[in-house]
Design a protein around this ligand. Sequence first.
Ligand SMILES: NC(=O)c1ccc[n+]([C@@H]2O[C@H](COP(=O)([O-])OP(=O)(O)OC[C@H]3O[C@@H](n4cnc5c(N)ncnc54)[C@H](OP(=O)(O)O)[C@@H]3O)[C@@H](O)[C@H]2O)c1
Length: 512
Amino acid sequence: MAEPAPAPTSHFRLFTPTAVPAEPWAGAPWTGVCVLVAEAAAGPLAGELARELALAGARVQALDVVELTGRRTDGTAPVPRQARALTEPTGPRWLVWVSARGGTGQAPLSSSDGARTLAELACLRALVKELAEGWERYGPGGLLLVTAADGRSGGSPAGLDPAGGALAGFARALRDEYPSVATLLVDVGRGPHRSAARRIARMGRPAGGRHALGLSAGGCWTTRLTALPLTDRDQDASTPGLLDALREPGAAILVSGGTTGIVGDALCAAAERLSGPLPGKLVLLERAPHVSQRRRHRPSRPPAARSAPPRLRGMGVTVDHEVIDVCDVRAMRVLGERLGLLGLTVRTVLHGAGSEHPLKLTEKPADAWENTAAARIAGFHNLLDAAGDGLRLAVVYGSGSAGLPGRTDSAAGDAYLATAVARLRAGRRDVTAQCVAWPVRDHPGTDDLPCTQRLESTGPWCLDPDQGARWATAITAQARTLPAHVLLLPVPLTGQAAADCTPVEGGVPWTR
Ligand SMILES: NC(=O)c1ccc[n+]([C@@H]2O[C@H](COP(=O)([O-])OP(=O)(O)OC[C@H]3O[C@@H](n4cnc5c(N)ncnc54)[C@H](OP(=O)(O)O)[C@@H]3O)[C@@H](O)[C@H]2O)c1
């Protein structure tokens, strides 16, 4: 009798996005294809693109997203009304979303970036929901998102555009829901609009799947992942840890995201490294208790193991709970002021809040979708604002899972944060900022989803809590030298992750 195959051992490796030269895609002609071109940021590019696509034979309809362009001309309908055309039998199956704003992307990161991006994501979601319903009824088409960073999808500090990052995350997650649809992200850089529009139209419509391309003057770029040499055994005791600020009298650490998942494991692992008096204070931000009750009905781990605060207290950490919604600008500002009046300086923030029940874009209510994106994006800005100038370490935890449908909201938020963290680093040399995308672990809330099968297939590759804690410690310890955005992925990469994440040697890490 044949020996049973050995169970695979979990093994993980750290990666970072890297800009690499690419070829333009060679797509099918636009002839006869009905396309809706939406102008999501006032500027000439949408008009140029509409004209070039029409010249290439497409039947073009134009849409001014008045909520975003700020134009209020008679007869221009808001997005929800215009979106109805997308579910008509002869309506457009292709949407071109043109979000190419001016500016250099080097201004200090501010909460207005977050507010603008959330408004854009809300409008995009409303349109793409109708578009996707059209795909489901009448056959696949495509979504082309056009941004303007540096022509390399953020391959240089000048191209760190969190809003563009959010669109990239949205496109990536949408592909997981509609694999046969073409989702394209094009960064046209700062070159002349007319030539960018012409280059896009000439490439035609690519086949289904995800395509990301930067169009710089020097050629085309795309993003791949580069493996980093760090392992979970790299535990450098001499370098700062997540909770080291607790040693400082008058220091506070703000943490969002509960303590039942990776956040709790990382905190406990960091507390274990501490010794001596810990005069600082750890402030855990949690939402209204009734929502937490709901989550307790889907426990993923035994209750004793999930309870981080008692463990932290047992290790000498002073833990405070604040019942607060991290999206609540006013409440978060008041919190920051209150901490200041108590003589506390926020030295560290850890942002993990916002993972939610995954649900397909067409099935998730608009407010739930927008709330998830807001918890990631607005929550981060509110944490930074509450912390103020005393901040020295900012850590963001998100998800790097590819191939799991139902995550367009959190993926857009995560990708925004990855770029925002890099921009924070570039703008504030006194702050060590790190964004970590975690793999699937014993993730709660996915049992009743159509993606269960995919989850099961990745089961052996789930990150166990102890390993997660080790990785969290190793990554924070090296945060000053690692690129700002790192992804922990199970290796060897398989399936969609392997296709998306072909490791390359010698690329340019874009969030150094
Ligand atoms: N399994 C893992 O550990 C894992 C794997 C991959 C990625 N990640 C990512 O890492 C991050 C942290 O995950 P986790 O597993 O530690 O946490 P989690 O168990 O997913 O919990 C997320 C927490 O965020 C809270 N939250 C959501 N919206 C909020 C808001 N507006 N204000 C305040 N709190 C809010 C939730 O509170 P309620 O209880 O009130 O809803 C919950 O406690 C997430 O972004 C997640 O996607 C985690």
